[in-house]
Design a binder for this molecule. Structure first.
Ligand SMILES: *[C@@H]1O[C@H](CO)[C@@H](O)[C@H](O)[C@H]1NC(C)=O
Ligand SMILES: *[C@@H]1O[C@H](CO)[C@@H](O)[C@H](O)[C@H]1NC(C)=O
Ligand SMILES: *[C@@H]1O[C@H](CO)[C@@H](O)[C@H](O)[C@H]1NC(C)=O
Ligand SMILES: *[C@@H]1O[C@H](CO)[C@@H](O)[C@H](O)[C@H]1NC(C)=O
Ligand SMILES: *[C@@H]1O[C@H](CO)[C@@H](O)[C@H](O)[C@H]1NC(C)=O
Ligand SMILES: *[C@@H]1O[C@H](CO)[C@@H](O)[C@H](O)[C@H]1NC(C)=O
Ligand SMILES: *[C@@H]1O[C@H](CO)[C@@H](O)[C@H](O)[C@H]1NC(C)=O
Ligand SMILES: *[C@@H]1O[C@H](CO)[C@@H](O)[C@H](O)[C@H]1NC(C)=O
Length: 813
């Protein structure tokens, strides 16, 4: 019996010693060295075998990259919120070693060698031969792992062979390109590369198995037009500790937090974008502080031929086949899509074109014709045998150009460009695809669950060990069974909702809070900070000092199940824009339904409108930021979201006076109970800010209702008059825009009216021309006819133009 118990214990210990999360946590009493001396080695099997930099920030050791697969790596010692580590360098990213008997040894000759148990030759080495002196391996405070002689002369350093990450003070040179990882689970070399090109310019290139191409800087324009210089005689670039990036090709940027000292890195991510990150140490997350490409669909290669790319906020990119085409390889979008129809598209006058507004496919022009009409462009494409379609673009010169394409690659949706794609299709498909006027298909790039690496390399056959091995396997299996039993009983004793919670958390990516937790954080809902249609908002503080705004949703107490609420909130959680409020999590326990948001120090626009803090510059920035947030909701999201209650109370202001739109998406939530077929059955919104079409049953509700409300908010910011207050309705029969228009008419073409309508209580000067344009935009937005109102992205464009114009006029003075 005693031996049986002993046997169990051995089994358990063996199992535990191989469980990665236990072996990677460092022991408390023992502090690992930062230096490896000549003649010694680090073993993959010994969990204490790693080097830590003197400041504790970086660790070098064997990192588990898959089942029985290890890479010798350098990573940030402190784990992130999700318990993962951020790897900054790898010696053998493409050839992981076995989890048994693999070693990194520093030879007396100064060479550093990585050996795998099963391989006679080293997997990796620093290739230093016949060095006269022996050297030490040092894990430096900067994250540089280097070999140095006694006199500090450096003979090898990891900074010279970067993988996908550049640390501050690590130079990027002509010999040290960065190469992305394959995927989030496969850390071997991927297809995206950041490098100095032959003309001395830093570029990003996609070099895939089927397609290749440079995508940054924008290949449509020259390096000079992109602000780069080709004249440098050296090729080097570096990020300093405070977030200033300087490159020999005149690429300069500052990270958004550039005056702060924080841990930083620059990484070529698996989606092909090049980003700067800073560590938010309190939350344990990396925050993006700069990125090369704003619209990640401009990165080439991810969606193959005959497919298009669109961005799903929070998830990344999504590929879709163009109509009448199907995916070639169900697991890999880079193969693209093939036609479902017979492809004899040659010179057939019967062919017709499918229209895709706001789409573009980059490159592969068979013919380019400037200044042409749509009909002529169609003829051009019909006349070319292999023309697959054309891009019809409105150029800045004031005419349309025709780009006839012989291949459809790098397709993407774009709201900023003013062009359309027309795809050629055989007449026979016309009846089938009449309804398909949007690009169809599915497949989130990151939803593909990639398998982890499994090394199937055999260990050296050793007959003596064979029986030991089978005994070990036996004990392992036994131990594993035991642990499973223990875990099973442990969980059974806990309530079911706990396990469900774990599942939801993993599925949605944001946190599920318990009601008790939120009750405690808000001190039993004591500090009310706002009240809206959906519910009451309280201020709360979590034990980790994070301050949150917690909204108790009063309207859906009983009607909705957690799964339904979650489905809706997940959509909101995916929205991610600097001018939209961040949702951290939710709570759904019986009748309690709550949402947890980030807290805004400066409260809402409504609270600030009549304070002296908001000068004209800030007001303009708030107008612009709010427009950007709404434009994102309306146009950049996959599921278009209408806000339906834009008003100063729902525009919150952070500590830097940036606006963030709050309370979006709730209108959709509210409509769930019973009224599925018609999305909007009753008018919603707030008196004074509601578009006129809400009052008419037969008028469709579109994103223009938000444009209207936005226009009213803008007028309120300019004039200081609330559309909902009685003071105004006495003076001017209701609508704020009619009051402004009246003043305009009275002035009869002279400019005095501007001074009259502008809020005199606001401090600071304003540019009269800029103000006039601002008022005009606001009036257009609050037009009674919804078709006369611009879209939110047009508003953003107009406001940006005001800024440029006034900069220009200032320069002229
Ligand atoms: C090691 O770190 C120090 C700062 O702690 C830095 O000055 C030095 O240049 C680094 N050495 C190498 C080889 O990176
Ligand atoms: C970055 O910041 C430095 C000073 O902090 C400033 O001199 C420089 O102009 C900034 N560069 C850019 C591109 O904004
Ligand atoms: C800089 O750091 C301070 C304190 O850590 C923080 O309050 C501030 O927001 C940071 N500034 C930026 C631009 O990130
Ligand atoms: C589909 O792609 C996967 C991954 O690239 C590949 O292993 C597989 O062979 C492909 N299948 C076909 C039918 O081409
Ligand atoms: C893309 O579609 C065209 C016809 O629309 C077809 O000729 C071509 O072969 C397709 N590409 C691939 C990779 O199947
Ligand atoms: C475009 O074509 C029209 C008619 O063919 C011509 O009148 C016009 O000048 C052209 N515009 C430009 C910018 O070349
Ligand atoms: C976009 O195209 C339309 C014609 O379809 C044109 O009237 C409009 O001026 C263009 N806008 C821009 C910003 O080029
Ligand atoms: C990881 O990518 C490499 C190619 O870079 C490939 O050989 C390997 O099989 C991949 N592993 C998995 C599990 O897909």
């Amino acid at each position: 019996m005693a031996s049986l118990i002993l046997f169990h214990i051995i089994g358990l210990l063996l199992l535990l010693s191989n469980t990665p999360f236990l072996s990677s946590s460092s022991p408390a009493s023992f502090s690992p060295p930062s230096v490896l001396n000549p003649g010694s080695s680090l073993s993959v099997e010994n969990k204490d075998d790693f080097l830590i930099s003197p400041n504790g920030v970086f660790t070098a050791g064997f990192y588990n990259v898959g089942e029985n697969a290890y890479c010798f790596s350098v990573w940030f010692t402190k784990p992130l919120q999700d318990k993962t580590h951020t790897i900054v360098w790898m010696a053998n990213r493409d050839v992981p070693v076995n989890g048994k008997r693999s070693e990194l040894s520093l030879l007396k000759t100064g060479n550093l060698v990585l050996r795998d148990a099963a391989q006679p030759l080293p997997i990796w080495s620093t290739s230093i031969i016949n060095s006269q002196e022996s050297a030490q391996l040092v894990m430096n405070n900067t994250g540089n792992l280097h070999l140095q002689y006694q006199d500090s002369q450096i003979i090898w350093q990891s900074f010279d062979t970067p993988t996908d990450t550049l640390l501050p003070l690590q130079p990027l040179t002509k010999d040290t390109p960065l190469v992305s990882s394959r995927s989030s689970t496969n850390r071997s070399s991927g297809f995206y590369k950041l490098y100095f090109d032959n003309d001395n310019v830093i570029r990003l290139v996609y070099n895939g198995p089927r397609i290749a191409g440079i995508y940054w800087p924008d290949p449509k324009i020259t390096a000079w037009a992109a602000g780069r210089s080709t004249w440098a005689n050296r090729r080097t670039a570096m990020l300093d500790l405070s977030g200033h990036f300087v490159s020999s090709d005149s690429l300069f940027f500052n990270t958004t937090d550039s005056e702060n000292q924080s841990m930083r890195r620059l990484t070529v991510d698996i989606d092909g974008n090049f980003r700067a990150y800073s560590l938010d140490e309190t939350r344990g997350t990396w925050e993006v502080t700069w990125q090369a490409i704003g619209d990640t669909c401009r990165v080439h290669g991810i969606c193959g031929e005959n497919s298009t790319c669109s961005v799903v906020p929070g998830y990344g990119r999504k590929c879709s086949c163009i109509p009448n085409h199907i995916m070639i390889n169900q697991t890999d979008w880079s193969y693209g899509c093939k036609p479902e129809f017979d492809t004899t598209l040659c010179g057939n006058d019967e062919d017709y074109f499918l229209h895709f507004p706001n789409f573009d496919f980059y490159g592969y022009e068979a013919r380019f014709v400037p200044n042409i009409t749509l009909e002529e462009c169609k003829k051009v494409c019909l006349g070319i045998c292999n023309c697959k379609g054309f891009h019809f673009n409105f150029e800045t010169d004031g005419y349309f150009s025709c780009y006839a394409k012989f291949k459809l690659i790098n397709g993407f949706r774009t709201v900023s460009s003013n062009g359309s794609m027309y795809l050629k299709a055989p007449k026979s498909m016309a009846s089938l695809s009449k309804s398909k006027n949007i690009v169809q298909g599915d497949g989130l790039i990151c939803s593909q669950k990639l398998p982890t690496i499994q090394l199937d390399r055999a260990y050296e056959k050793n007959p003596k060990n064979e029986s030991v091995k089978s005994l070990m396997i036996f004990t392992y299996v036994f131990g594993a069974l035991e642990i499973i039993c223990i875990i099973y009983f442990f969980y059974r004793t806990r309530s079911q909702s706990t396990t469900r919670q774990g599942y939801h958390q993993a599925a949605t990516g944001f946190q599920r809070f318990s009601y008790a937790e939120l009750k405690k954080a808000t001190n039993n809902f004591s500090t009310e900070i706002g009240r809206g249609a959906g519910g009451i908002v309280y201020k709360g503080e979590f034990p980790d000092k994070r301050v949150a705004a917690i909204k108790v949703l009063t309207e859906f107490s009983n009607t909705q199940g957690e799964a339904e609420l979650l489905a809706e909130i997940t959509t909101l959680g995916r929205l991610n824009h600097m001018n939209l409020i961040d949702i951290w999590g939710y709570c759904a326990e019986r009748k309690h339904k709550l949402l947890v948001y980030e807290y805004m120090e400066n409260g809402s626009l409504a609270q600030n409108l009549h304070s002296n803090e908001l000068d004209w510059g800030k007001r303009f920035d708030i107008a612009l930021g709010t427009a950007k947030g709404l434009a994102y909701l309306h146009e950049e999201c996959l599921e278009w979201v209408l806000h339906c209650d834009v008003k100063p109370h729902n525009i919150l202001i952070d500590s830097n006076w940036n606006p963030k739109v709050a309370d979006f998406g709730l209108s959709k939530l509210q409509d769930r109970d019973g009224t599925r077929n018609s999305l909007f059955t009753r008018a919603r919104g707030t008196r004074g800010y509601m578009a006129p079409e809400w009052l008419f049953v037969n008028h469709p509700i579109t994103s223009k209702v938000d444009v209207y409300s936005y226009g009213v908010v803008m007028l309120e910011m300019i004039t200081g008059r609330s559309p909902a207050s009685d003071e105004l309705s006495v003076e001017s029969k209701g609508r704020p825009d009619s009051w402004v228009k009246e003043k305009m008419m009275e002035a009869g073409g002279k400019h005095e009216w501007i001074q009259e309508v502008v809020d005199l209580k606001v401090n600071g000067k304003y540019d009269e021309r800029k103000m006039e344009t601002l008022i005009m935009v606001a009036l257009r937005c609050s037009d009674e006819d919804k078709d006369a109102r611009p879209t939110m992205s047009q508003v953003v464009d107009m406001l940006l133009h005001i800024e440029e114009d006034s900069d220009y006029s200032n320069n002229n003075i």
